[in-house]
Design a protein around this ligand. Structure first.
Ligand code: THU
Length: 138
């Protein structure tokens, strides 16, 4: 099993805990930190819709709250609950910007997966070109 497959499996596990009673769209993420730790996250919806947190941010905030701030890759899986096949679930704009805070745009890998064998890998800079980040405020 390559490192992408391990991360995808963990994202699939995380998705099982998604709390998505409103959209029924369940997302799981697994974030690989530089120190080899993996942090999982799922989407957590709210009756006040804007209070919803995406799976990616759940994973990133969990890692940062545990003292990790350097990341290598994130795997993301998502799709409507009860629908057999998953879709490639691209991170929303807010999550891309949160990744930008902690991840190197030319290095950080974003793995969009339907399964452990069907996935696409992008660099953050491909999904968030010409971005604004911490260096702009240094
Ligand atoms: N969602 C994520 O968790 N990550 C994404 O990359 C896209 C969208 C969630 C937010 C919300 O709970 C549901 O999917 C529908 O937007």
């Amino acid at each position: 099993m390559n490192r992408y497959e391990t991360l995808i499996e963990m994202a699939l596990e995380a998705r099982k805990l998604a709390y998505a009673p409103y959209s029924k769209f369940k997302v799981g993420a697994a974030l690989l930190a530089k120190n080899t730790m993996i942090y999982k996250g799922c989407n957590v919806e709210n009756a006040s819709y804007p209070a919803t947190n995406c799976a990616e941010r759940t994973a990133i905030f969990s890692a940062v709250s545990e003292g990790q701030k350097e990341f290598v890759a994130i795997a993301i899986v998502g799709g409507k609950d009860g629908v057999g096949e998953l879709e490639f679930c691209a991170p929303c704009g807010i999550c891309r910007q949160v990744m930008r805070e902690f991840c190197k745009p030319d290095k950080f890998e974003i793995i969009l997966a339907k399964s452990t064998t069907d996935y696409k890998v992008y660099k953050l800079e491909e999904l968030l070109p010409m971005s604004f980040g911490p260096e702009n405020l240094a």
